[in-house]
Design a protein around this ligand. Structure first.
Ligand code: FMN
Length: 195
Protein backbone atom coordinates (compact mmCIF):
# COMPACT_ATOMS: atom_id res chain seq x y z
CA UNK A 1 0.00 0.00 0.00
CA UNK A 2 1.58 3.22 -1.20
CA UNK A 3 0.12 6.58 -0.19
CA UNK A 4 1.31 9.61 -2.17
CA UNK A 5 0.61 13.10 -0.89
CA UNK A 6 0.48 15.96 -3.37
CA UNK A 7 0.71 19.45 -1.96
CA UNK A 8 0.04 22.35 -4.34
CA UNK A 9 2.16 24.81 -2.36
CA UNK A 10 4.53 26.96 -4.38
CA UNK A 11 6.47 28.33 -1.41
CA UNK A 12 8.18 26.93 1.66
CA UNK A 13 7.48 26.72 4.56
CA UNK A 14 3.91 25.80 3.73
CA UNK A 15 0.80 25.21 5.80
CA UNK A 16 -0.62 23.06 3.04
CA UNK A 17 2.44 20.82 2.97
CA UNK A 18 2.18 20.47 6.74
CA UNK A 19 -1.51 19.52 6.47
CA UNK A 20 -0.92 17.01 3.66
CA UNK A 21 2.07 15.51 5.51
CA UNK A 22 -0.07 15.07 8.65
CA UNK A 23 -2.85 13.34 6.70
CA UNK A 24 -0.36 11.06 4.92
CA UNK A 25 1.46 10.13 8.13
CA UNK A 26 -1.85 9.48 9.93
CA UNK A 27 -2.96 7.22 7.08
CA UNK A 28 0.45 5.52 6.90
CA UNK A 29 0.33 4.72 10.63
CA UNK A 30 -3.29 3.53 10.56
CA UNK A 31 -2.88 1.38 7.45
CA UNK A 32 0.73 0.31 7.99
CA UNK A 33 1.44 1.74 4.56
CA UNK A 34 4.36 3.46 2.87
CA UNK A 35 4.46 6.68 0.97
CA UNK A 36 5.65 10.26 0.85
CA UNK A 37 4.62 13.81 -0.05
CA UNK A 38 5.43 15.57 -3.33
CA UNK A 39 5.40 19.36 -3.00
CA UNK A 40 4.74 21.42 -6.12
CA UNK A 41 7.35 23.93 -5.00
CA UNK A 42 9.82 21.18 -5.98
CA UNK A 43 7.87 19.41 -8.73
CA UNK A 44 6.48 22.37 -10.68
CA UNK A 45 9.83 23.65 -12.02
CA UNK A 46 10.45 20.14 -13.36
CA UNK A 47 6.95 19.61 -14.75
CA UNK A 48 6.73 23.04 -16.42
CA UNK A 49 9.65 22.01 -18.63
CA UNK A 50 6.92 20.00 -20.38
CA UNK A 51 3.66 21.50 -21.65
CA UNK A 52 2.39 18.07 -22.74
CA UNK A 53 3.01 14.59 -21.34
CA UNK A 54 4.99 13.54 -24.45
CA UNK A 55 7.51 16.27 -23.59
CA UNK A 56 8.27 15.00 -20.07
CA UNK A 57 11.92 14.33 -19.31
CA UNK A 58 13.00 11.45 -17.04
CA UNK A 59 12.67 13.52 -13.86
CA UNK A 60 9.20 14.73 -14.77
CA UNK A 61 8.11 11.27 -15.92
CA UNK A 62 9.15 9.83 -12.53
CA UNK A 63 6.86 12.31 -10.73
CA UNK A 64 3.88 11.50 -12.95
CA UNK A 65 4.60 7.75 -12.72
CA UNK A 66 4.58 7.97 -8.90
CA UNK A 67 1.17 9.68 -8.96
CA UNK A 68 -0.29 7.21 -11.45
CA UNK A 69 1.06 4.18 -9.54
CA UNK A 70 -0.08 5.27 -6.06
CA UNK A 71 -2.73 3.20 -4.28
CA UNK A 72 -4.04 6.27 -2.47
CA UNK A 73 -3.62 10.00 -3.12
CA UNK A 74 -3.86 12.78 -0.56
CA UNK A 75 -4.27 15.96 -2.60
CA UNK A 76 -4.09 19.36 -0.95
CA UNK A 77 -3.64 22.91 -2.17
CA UNK A 78 -3.56 26.41 -0.84
CA UNK A 79 -6.56 28.35 -2.12
CA UNK A 80 -5.29 30.69 -4.81
CA UNK A 81 -7.82 33.00 -6.44
CA UNK A 82 -10.68 30.80 -5.15
CA UNK A 83 -9.24 27.60 -6.65
CA UNK A 84 -6.25 25.26 -6.33
CA UNK A 85 -2.89 26.43 -7.62
CA UNK A 86 -2.08 26.44 -11.31
CA UNK A 87 1.02 24.40 -10.53
CA UNK A 88 -1.15 21.56 -9.20
CA UNK A 89 -3.43 21.77 -12.23
CA UNK A 90 -0.44 21.48 -14.54
CA UNK A 91 0.59 18.25 -12.82
CA UNK A 92 -2.87 16.75 -13.38
CA UNK A 93 -2.86 17.92 -17.01
CA UNK A 94 0.12 15.59 -17.45
CA UNK A 95 -1.53 12.55 -15.78
CA UNK A 96 -3.05 9.97 -18.12
CA UNK A 97 -6.84 10.36 -18.10
CA UNK A 98 -7.29 6.63 -17.35
CA UNK A 99 -4.67 6.34 -14.60
CA UNK A 100 -6.72 7.42 -11.57
CA UNK A 101 -9.85 5.33 -12.19
CA UNK A 102 -11.08 3.95 -8.86
CA UNK A 103 -8.15 5.43 -6.96
CA UNK A 104 -8.98 6.55 -3.41
CA UNK A 105 -8.34 10.26 -2.89
CA UNK A 106 -8.46 12.40 0.25
CA UNK A 107 -8.97 16.11 -0.50
CA UNK A 108 -7.49 18.96 1.55
CA UNK A 109 -6.92 22.69 1.31
CA UNK A 110 -5.72 25.68 3.28
CA UNK A 111 -6.88 29.26 2.82
CA UNK A 112 -6.79 32.69 4.32
CA UNK A 113 -10.53 32.77 4.94
CA UNK A 114 -13.21 30.26 6.00
CA UNK A 115 -15.32 31.68 3.15
CA UNK A 116 -13.31 29.61 0.66
CA UNK A 117 -13.66 26.36 2.62
CA UNK A 118 -15.79 24.83 -0.12
CA UNK A 119 -12.99 25.08 -2.67
CA UNK A 120 -12.44 21.36 -2.10
CA UNK A 121 -16.04 20.70 -3.19
CA UNK A 122 -16.34 23.14 -6.09
CA UNK A 123 -12.86 22.85 -7.60
CA UNK A 124 -10.93 19.79 -6.39
CA UNK A 125 -13.73 17.21 -6.26
CA UNK A 126 -14.88 17.79 -9.87
CA UNK A 127 -11.28 17.35 -11.06
CA UNK A 128 -11.30 13.84 -9.62
CA UNK A 129 -14.79 13.27 -10.95
CA UNK A 130 -13.25 13.71 -14.39
CA UNK A 131 -10.65 11.06 -13.53
CA UNK A 132 -13.30 8.62 -12.19
CA UNK A 133 -11.40 8.56 -8.92
CA UNK A 134 -13.03 7.73 -5.59
CA UNK A 135 -12.86 10.87 -3.44
CA UNK A 136 -13.58 10.32 0.25
CA UNK A 137 -16.61 12.21 1.61
CA UNK A 138 -14.69 14.16 4.28
CA UNK A 139 -12.38 16.86 2.94
CA UNK A 140 -10.04 18.70 5.29
CA UNK A 141 -9.93 22.51 5.17
CA UNK A 142 -7.83 24.67 7.46
CA UNK A 143 -7.30 28.42 7.65
CA UNK A 144 -4.15 30.22 8.65
CA UNK A 145 -5.63 30.57 12.18
CA UNK A 146 -5.61 26.75 12.54
CA UNK A 147 -1.79 26.70 12.39
CA UNK A 148 0.93 27.72 14.79
CA UNK A 149 4.39 28.07 13.29
CA UNK A 150 3.19 25.99 10.29
CA UNK A 151 2.08 23.10 12.51
CA UNK A 152 -1.60 22.18 12.97
CA UNK A 153 -2.87 23.78 16.18
CA UNK A 154 -6.59 23.01 15.82
CA UNK A 155 -8.22 19.96 17.39
CA UNK A 156 -11.15 20.35 14.96
CA UNK A 157 -8.77 19.97 12.01
CA UNK A 158 -7.12 16.95 13.65
CA UNK A 159 -10.57 15.41 14.18
CA UNK A 160 -11.41 15.86 10.48
CA UNK A 161 -8.13 14.21 9.52
CA UNK A 162 -9.05 11.22 11.71
CA UNK A 163 -12.48 11.06 10.08
CA UNK A 164 -11.09 11.20 6.54
CA UNK A 165 -8.55 8.46 7.32
CA UNK A 166 -11.25 6.28 8.91
CA UNK A 167 -13.32 6.66 5.73
CA UNK A 168 -10.27 5.67 3.71
CA UNK A 169 -9.84 2.51 5.78
CA UNK A 170 -13.47 1.60 5.15
CA UNK A 171 -13.19 1.69 1.35
CA UNK A 172 -9.90 -0.17 1.02
CA UNK A 173 -9.71 -3.69 -0.40
CA UNK A 174 -10.23 -6.38 2.25
CA UNK A 175 -6.56 -7.42 2.45
CA UNK A 176 -5.51 -3.85 3.24
CA UNK A 177 -8.40 -3.27 5.61
CA UNK A 178 -7.48 -6.45 7.54
CA UNK A 179 -4.09 -4.89 8.23
CA UNK A 180 -5.76 -1.82 9.63
CA UNK A 181 -5.61 -1.52 13.40
CA UNK A 182 -8.92 -0.85 15.11
CA UNK A 183 -10.97 -0.07 12.00
CA UNK A 184 -13.63 -2.42 10.69
CA UNK A 185 -14.05 -2.94 6.95
CA UNK A 186 -17.43 -2.07 5.45
CA UNK A 187 -16.69 -2.21 1.78
CA UNK A 188 -19.31 -1.17 -0.77
CA UNK A 189 -19.89 -3.86 -3.40
CA UNK A 190 -19.11 -1.47 -6.27
CA UNK A 191 -15.71 -0.64 -4.74
CA UNK A 192 -14.96 -4.33 -4.25
CA UNK A 193 -15.70 -4.99 -7.92
CA UNK A 194 -13.36 -2.19 -9.04
CA UNK A 195 -10.38 -3.12 -6.87
C1 FMN B 1 -1.64 34.37 -4.88
C2 FMN B 1 -2.47 34.06 -3.67
C3 FMN B 1 -3.83 33.93 -3.79
C4 FMN B 1 -4.62 33.61 -2.68
N1 FMN B 1 -5.96 33.50 -2.85
C5 FMN B 1 -6.75 33.16 -1.78
C6 FMN B 1 -8.14 32.99 -1.93
O1 FMN B 1 -8.71 33.18 -3.00
N2 FMN B 1 -8.86 32.60 -0.83
C7 FMN B 1 -8.29 32.38 0.39
O2 FMN B 1 -8.98 32.03 1.34
N3 FMN B 1 -6.94 32.53 0.57
C8 FMN B 1 -6.16 32.90 -0.49
N4 FMN B 1 -4.80 33.04 -0.32
C9 FMN B 1 -4.21 32.72 1.00
C10 FMN B 1 -3.62 31.30 1.00
O3 FMN B 1 -4.54 30.34 0.50
C11 FMN B 1 -3.26 30.87 2.42
O4 FMN B 1 -2.35 31.77 2.98
C12 FMN B 1 -2.68 29.46 2.42
O5 FMN B 1 -2.77 28.91 3.72
C13 FMN B 1 -1.23 29.44 1.97
O6 FMN B 1 -0.79 28.11 1.98
P1 FMN B 1 0.76 27.73 2.00
O7 FMN B 1 1.32 28.14 3.36
O8 FMN B 1 0.77 26.26 1.81
O9 FMN B 1 1.42 28.47 0.87
C14 FMN B 1 -4.01 33.40 -1.41
C15 FMN B 1 -2.62 33.55 -1.28
C16 FMN B 1 -1.86 33.86 -2.39
C17 FMN B 1 -0.35 34.02 -2.23
Amino acid sequence: MNIIGLSGNVKRPSRTASLVETIVSTARDRLRAGGHVIELVDAAPVLFRALRSDQLDAEGRAIIDAVEAADVLVVGSPVYRASYTGALKHLFDLVDYRALTGKRVILAATGGTPLHGLMTEHQLRPLFGFFNALTLPTAVYATEADFSDYGIASQAVRDRIERAVSELAQVLPAADANATAGVSSHRPARVAANA
